[in-house]
Ligand binder design. Sequence first.
Ligand SMILES: *Cc1c(COP(=O)(O)O)cnc(C)c1O
Length: 376
Amino acid sequence: MQVPLLDLKAQYQTIRDKCIKVTQEIYESQYFILGPYVEQLEQEIAAYCSTKYAVGVSSGTDALLLSLMAAEIGHGDRVITTPYTFFATAGSISRRGAIPVFVDIEPDTYNISPKEIEAVIAGMSEGERKTLKAIMPVHLYGQCADMDAIKNIADENHLVVIEDAAQAIGSEYKKRRAGSLGDFGCFSFFPSKNLGGFGDGGIVTTNSNDLYEKLKILRVHGGHPKYYHQKIGGNFRLDALQAAIVSIKLAHLDGWTAARQENAKRYKSLFKEAGLSAIVKCPAEKENRHIYNQFIIAVENKRDELKQHLIDNGVGCEIYYPVPLHLQDCFADLGYSPGAFPVSEFAAEHTLALPVYPELADEQIAYVVDQIKIFF
Ligand SMILES: *Cc1c(COP(=O)(O)O)cnc(C)c1O
């Protein structure tokens, strides 16, 4: 049996006609960048995330970069974040000339640990503390970080909070939506995210009118009015085609999310039935709405061999992420060594993402669990 890690073709079949129709409309209009489709999507996403505003941008990475620019974070400033995430999180901080300050994660959710954030701030010199400007938590795999604790720390230390919610559209923390929990919420429409376009795209949410205005101006090179520049922005514009496709998909998102949650539940009960509970650690669910962008298991031994066994037997799986960011060559000048963040390093060596996409059939999930049982 073949079980790919992700299969977007099945999903496409359910929205194909609408996508072709809207694409043709845009071709006929020859209006490709920003404009009415982007504005419509901005309103829809703001409503979906319970925020006042949303600003469509060119990618999730650019959503992070633009938010840092709007927060006026730049050369020599410090931003606390997690080393256990996709590269763009810390990459965007460094691209501003700012310094990522890594903080280890919690072992059950893989999200940044508020206790460790407090410890790192307490250990900073007065000079370092003056340059500390923001916290960038990541809602990894689709589950929100512990935002009450993070927000308290941010408020006490006058820090901006930029949520990297690229994997977490529709995720909730204590009934509040990802993207509405900090000053900025950054989302990605990369095709493999739960709400993906037909190319690159992203969006920033905010409740602040002031930040909203800044985001919009910086999205178009900082020109305000056009061709008059008080600030240096960039080209962070979203295409009409991407916005129109994402709008079509948004109507299906809650159904797809429910299917992902069902699949996660099925894995958990099948692992239990198969007597694998002691060997395969399943994702913890807090008082959150976990949207399962990824379903991650942790195994004590032989993760790489398990991965190979699954691939050899037709099961797509992947390691997110094999090298924590503090150990990436490009961040060597930050001065971190192996052992600096043991929980992140453990996760990098022991976890594996299994297929969890909405259209996955029950027999496919059963097959994946069977293959894991055969391996162990
Ligand atoms: C995907 C992702 C991004 C980047 O989004 P792009 O649209 O690919 O630029 C940033 N952070 C995290 C955690 C992601 O998963």
